[in-house]
Design a protein around this ligand. Sequence first.
Ligand SMILES: CC(C)(COP(=O)(O)OP(=O)(O)OC[C@H]1O[C@@H](n2cnc3c(N)ncnc32)[C@H](O)[C@@H]1OP(=O)(O)O)[C@@H](O)C(=O)NCCC(=O)NCCS
Length: 169
Amino acid sequence: MSPSPAPAETGSIAIAATLRAAEIAALHARSDAPAWSVAAWSAQLAQPAVACLVHETASRIDGFIALAVAAGEAEVLMIAVDPPRRRRGIAGRLLSAALRAVRAKGARTCFLEVADDNAPARALYAAHGFREIGRRKGYYARSGDSVDALMLAASLNDMMPPRNMEPDL
Ligand SMILES: CC(C)(COP(=O)(O)OP(=O)(O)OC[C@H]1O[C@@H](n2cnc3c(N)ncnc32)[C@H](O)[C@@H]1OP(=O)(O)O)[C@@H](O)C(=O)NCCC(=O)NCCS
């Protein structure tokens, strides 16, 4: 018998302020390498052009997304979900909410970079309308090797406005 799928996530999504920098940095360190420091997260969250949404379950952050928004364009800076909490739809909910929120702030296109070998992230982005627009050969260093960076873009023109209960950046 195949294992049951993880239950769909029902936590809440909120805007992150600088006082959550330590929690976000800790989750980032558990999720990705190299991660940004608490000071780097504090500096990012203090920037007016940077928006960060967190997913919380029982007041504990188990996922986040950070974006920069300026001049009609948005860029996903980072998205991560706590390893034990993955494959429950948390990143999908965060990305959908963030794209609707930056669309409401005037962004018409969203860009991002992802490593060619990051299959989970590539599948997530493809499911949200991101398409490849460029490639940087050997951009990411791996132990004794390198991996291309894919540059992806999604049009936000048909994006619906934020739903009730979703943050308005
Ligand atoms: C990428 C990441 C954010 C996905 O988080 P998640 O909460 O597990 O993703 P979701 O459950 O919302 O999955 C949404 C979709 O993404 C894709 N996906 C996610 N994880 C996947 C995996 N391990 N393998 C294949 N597809 C995957 C699927 O299309 C999935 O939809 P489905 O479950 O209906 O098939 C998470 O794996 C992570 O934190 N990775 C480390 C940090 C990172 O690489 N960030 C991206 C930097 S560019």
